[in-house]
Design a protein around this ligand. Structure first.
Ligand code: PGA
Ligand code: ZN
Length: 427
């Protein structure tokens, strides 16, 4: 039984304030959770409430959200059973009353939702992944490690494509996959240094060198994979998140680092050439959130061969994903808790995708904390893959480290998703 809910303002990995919630149960259990924050956000995301007071944190304070947690949400949840996640989440959704959580704030609502789930798991005496996913939740995901950052995560100084992820699907275990990732990451650092390129890191821990074509990072990563003696394609693949809504303007895709603009059909042809040439297994947000019709074309051309993930275009919203499934515009959905704002709706979004044979790809945000909820969530949902940035920066590696702990705890019951992680077979 919930007897107390409190909130505090803490810092995220970019030095911006975010919400941390603590839930206390009658049995004495206290659980804590922190809310992440995106930079390349979708326009249909649930609303992250910021104070807008320019005297504090440049307007980014979250004191209003804290007040909502303690004074509006808290009183309605006292005496509820923390295990009734759906009742808790539905109560907050009703209390908010908007369809995008604009009144109370998705950051306020999600903090409570996460902390309740964690408290309930503890009260049930179960690890969070078993509490959320049942005893069958034993599959470890392939970590998709964003080792080269571009776009807004590199502050416009690097590639247009926001994320180049290393996908070690050929490893025999999660632990081995993570080691491969760290080794390739360091090999990439060596290659960049030799070329006189910057090895400073972006928001998600990947390097953010200045490049003059979006295929340059792909060449660098293939070289790094080979440097450590692994086989590009057979053992390690590459995934990309274009986050293309960020460079889509007036019906054109503006590739700044290449100094050219492409229409939607040209952009699709551009990806098709990359898919032919490089071991790509996944493309996220290849087209923009406002380019729905052309997504159908993209899916028709590339959807049989690789996983096509919608992030900004779906915003983890079950209603939008349902429409996308009908329209056949992609074959996978990115899953971000704070895009929709409750644990219940996040699980519903993933289950909907999976029910229709789509992939569900769990994701961190570019602004993170050391909260590792998504590591457990990935195992619970059996999604087979997650992205949590490079094997660098504490807030990124904490998710991977939690997965190491889960793999160890599962012992011989643990399975590694490997090449079966994606909704399309590895070519
Ligand atoms: P964001 O980036 O957290 O800044 O939105 C992550 C992504 O686009 O997948
Ligand atoms: Zn994305």
């Amino acid at each position: 039984t919930i007897i107390g809910i409190s909130a505090r303002e803490i810092l995220d990995s970019r030095g911006n304030p975010t919400v941390e919630v603590e839930v206390t149960l009658a049995c004495g259990i206290r659980a804590r959770a922190a809310v992440p924050s995106g930079a390349s956000t979708g326009s249909r995301e649930a609303v992250e409430l910021r104070d807008g007071d320019p005297r504090r944190y440049g307007g980014k304070g979250v004191r209003t959200a804290l007040e909502h947690v303690e004074e509006r949400i808290g009183p309605d949840l006292i005496d509820l059973d923390a295990r009734d996640q759906k009742v808790i989440d539905d109560t907050m959704i009703a209390l908010d009353g908007t369809d995008n959580k604009a009144r109370l704030g998705a950051n306020a609502i999600l903090g409570v939702s996460l902390a309740c789930a964690r408290a309930a798991a503890e009260a049930s005496g179960l690890p969070l992944y078993h509490y959320l996913g049942g005893p069958g939740a034993t599959r470890l995901p392939v970590p998709c490690m964003n080792i080269l950052n571009g776009g807004v995560h590199a502050h416009g100084q690097g590639a247009d494509i926001q994320e180049f992820m290393l996908v070690p699907y050929g490893a025999g275990s999660f632990r081995e996959a993570l080691r491969w990732g760290a080794e390739v990451y360091h090999a990439l650092q060596g290659i960049l240094l030799k070329k006189g390129l910057s090895v400073g890191v972006g928001d998600e821990g990947g390097f953010a060198p200045q490049v003059h074509a979006n295929r340059e990072p792909l060449d660098l990563i293939v070289a790094a994979i080979e440097t450590v003696g692994l086989q590009p394609g057979a053992e390690v693949g590459i995934a990309m998140d274009s986050a293309s809504s960020e460079f889509y303007q007036d019906g054109k895709y503006h590739l700044h680092c290449e100094k050219r603009q492409l229409g939607s059909a040209e952009m699709i042809a551009y990806y098709a050439a990359l898919v032919d040439e490089y071991p790509l297994c996944l493309l996220e947000d290849g087209l923009a959130q406002d380019d729905w019709e052309n997504w159908k074309l993209l899916n028709r051309q590339l959807g049989d061969g690789i996983e096509l993930v919608g992030d900004d275009i779906f915003c983890t919203n079950p209603a939008i994903i349902a429409r996308a499934i009908t329209d056949q515009i992609a074959n996978a959905a990115l899953i971000k808790l704070n895009q929709i704002g409750t644990v219940t709706e996040t699980i519903a979004a993933a289950r909907l995708a999976q029910f229709h044979g789509w992939g569900a790809f769990v994701s961190h945000r570019s602004g993170e904390t050391v909260d590792s909820f998504i590591a457990d969530l990935t195992v619970a949902l059996d999604t087979g893959h997650l992205k949590s940035g490079a094997p660098c920066r504490g807030e990124r590696v904490e998710k991977y480290n939690q997965l190491l702990r889960i793999e160890e705890e599962l012992g011989t019951a643990a399975r590694f998703a490997g090449k079966t992680a994606f909704c399309r077979p590895i070519r």
